[in-house]
Design a protein around this ligand. Structure first.
Ligand code: NAP
Length: 300
């Protein structure tokens, strides 16, 4: 019986983080410590866990990070003023405002206030536009992580059919653009798609980014396809699970990502990569420093 190979996000992540740490040491020796500023507004427990993990990952890999907590009732103008200060701070190379924000704050205003050159989440319209025109500065972390996983397992993209399920600005749309840029023929499915299985059965690569359990089952998958599960959901027992029915899909697919241990670890890793690369750009690096993390091998 077929058993899909597991794409191990922890292993890919570990290798990339070691590389980030090495390059951070090189930069530090030249007088620049890559710095990430993280702003958390309010006391949402899930957001608190996410930012803690991001700060911890920075510290473990040679980046400096400062976490600023602002009260849930902070005025939007105050938050924007703080972002402007960070934009002007030469020791800060990346600024991340944890989403979602309280309802009285317009997250679009917040994202657009972050300098595009420090927007390590890649959400600013200037960065979305750069991605659209094939000259990305910061790629959004989750889809960038997916591309690195495909690259690490040497999964061919050029000329392949790829289906992205989900069309959010932070995952689905940039994912589709990155796959398109790498030479795939891309179909984007969403909640209005009439027959999801019709599309997925013809796909060599499926990326599921929906937020609903079992949106993709084995009968919807082409034999030997690569299945990337971005979703983060809970089982009835409260355990983390993805969008993909792992048991049935792994009997048909060639490669599959698990949840946990798949895309999740890659998202924070790519935040480190984006922050490091921002610091390298600001320090005007020599040619030796730019070659590795930013490999263009996905286009091969
Ligand atoms: P989102 O903004 O809620 O978008 C979900 C997308 O799924 C929408 O485009 C929606 O279509 C589509 N959708 C909903 N029901 C569908 C259905 N029955 N069939 C096909 N498409 C359907 O979510 P998101 O921010 O992109 O995140 C998606 C998932 O990834 C969530 O579980 C999130 O927690 C997870 N996530 C994980 C990571 C990670 O690091 N692993 C990072 C980010 C997000 P419409 O546009 O038509 O509504």
């Amino acid at each position: 019986m077929n058993q899909a190979k597991i794409i191990d996000g922890l292993a890919v992540s570990k290798a990339l983080r070691e590389e980030v740490a090495r390059r951070a040491r090189v930069l530090k020796a030249k007088g620049t410590t890559p710095g990430l500023a993280v702003i958390l507004v309010g006391d949402d427990p899930a957001s608190a866990v996410y930012v803690r993990n991001k700060v911890k990952a920075c510290e473990q890999n040679g980046l400096s990070s400062n976490l600023e907590r602002l009260p849930a009732d902070v005025r939007e103008a105050q938050l924007l003023a703080r972002i402007e200060e960070l934009n002007a701070d030469p020791n800060i190379h990346g600024i991340l405002v944890q989403l979602p924000l309280p309802r009285h704050i317009n997250s679009h205003n917040v994202i657009e206030t972050i300098s595009a050159s420090k927007d390590v989440d890649g959400f600013h319209v200037a960065n979305a536009g750069s991605l659209m025109t094939g000259m990305p500065q910061f790629r959004p972390c989750t889809p960038y992580g997916v591309m690195k996983m495909l690259e690490a397992y040497q999964i061919a993209i050029t000329g392949k059919n790829a289906v992205v399920i989900g069309r959010s600005n932070i995952v689905g749309k940039p994912m589709a653009l990155l796959l398109l840029e790498a030479g795939a023929t891309v179909t984007v499915c969403h909640s209005k798609t009439a027959d999801l299985a019709y599309h997925t059965r013809n796909a060599d690569i499926v990326v599921a980014a929906v937020g609903k359990r079992n949106i993709l089952t084995g009968d919807m998958v082409k034999p030997c396809a690569t299945i990337i599960d971005v979703g983060m959901n809970k089982t009835d027992e409260g355990k983390l699970c993805g969008d993909v029915d792992f048991a049935s899909v792994s009997k048909v697919a060639g490669y599959v990502t698990p949840v946990p241990g798949g895309v999740g670890p890659m998202t924070i890793t790519m935040l480190l990569v984006n922050t490091l690369e921002s610091a390298e750009r600001s320090a005007h690096p020599g040619p030796d420093d730019v070659a590795l993390v930013h490999s263009e091998a996905v286009k091969a």
